[in-house]
Design a protein around this ligand. Sequence first.
Ligand code: AQP
Length: 251
Amino acid sequence: TPRYVSGIRPTGEIHLGNYLGAVRRWRSLEGVFFVADLHGLGGAVQETAESLSRCGVQNVVVESDHKADILELYHQLSFLTPTVLLGRMTQFKDKSASEMATLSLFAYPVLMAADIFYFGGTHIPVGSDQMQHIEFARDLWDVLRARGSTSFEKPEAVIGDSPRIMSLTDATRKMSKSDPDEMSRINVSDPPDVIRQKVRAAKTSMSMADDTPEANNLRTIYRAVGGTRVHERWPTFKAELVDLLIVELAA
Ligand code: AQP
């Protein structure tokens, strides 16, 4: 039987990207969903755990409650990890261009693989931005296998049609917790009037027919929350989008 394992970093607020890309699907799955607080220093661990529970996720676990075991496994895996595999990770390449490239940022996929193996994940429901890290965990599993027996299961990503949600203010970048601009993201805890304000202010293209990143991002969100209608004007589109979001996030 599949065992679903996935995590989220302890940034307190769960945003619409996390929610539509991953967390929404976690609600109905058997497994372990953890606050990945070993993936950084400090963080809002309890708030994130509570936020996950409020989203309806069962079996929420805090990674650092298993700190000794996970870090030991991470340490062991580090002896088997070819750095050439890590150097290929696009997230590392992207992030290290804008922030200081640390050893932890470079080694992040190894810790993520340790989490997956430790919690016994066979199926890993993540957003599409994490696909490459799951591929890395599979490659590492092959290395373990080639060296002898491993009791771990080979994990596989479960992405499905989970959308990639972009920033509301710059649709060339993904919606992200680390964007300093609050208007760039909708948090699942935002009250209706804040959702309305953010959607109204969201950058739009000139015409409803445009095929721009902004237009496509709003359409993606609209479809993901059940929208099916064709609107002639952005204001009416946005008004319906707000209603759909309020219902979805209150559920
Ligand atoms: N914009 C997004 N669209 C779709 N899925 C997303 N996820 C994150 N952003 C988007 C998915 O959410 C899950 C948990 O996220 P995380 O906090 O562990 O990962 P992250 O990618 O580091 O999140 P952020 O908000 O982008 O944080 P920062 O800004 O610090 O980098 C994952 O399954 C992820 O795919």
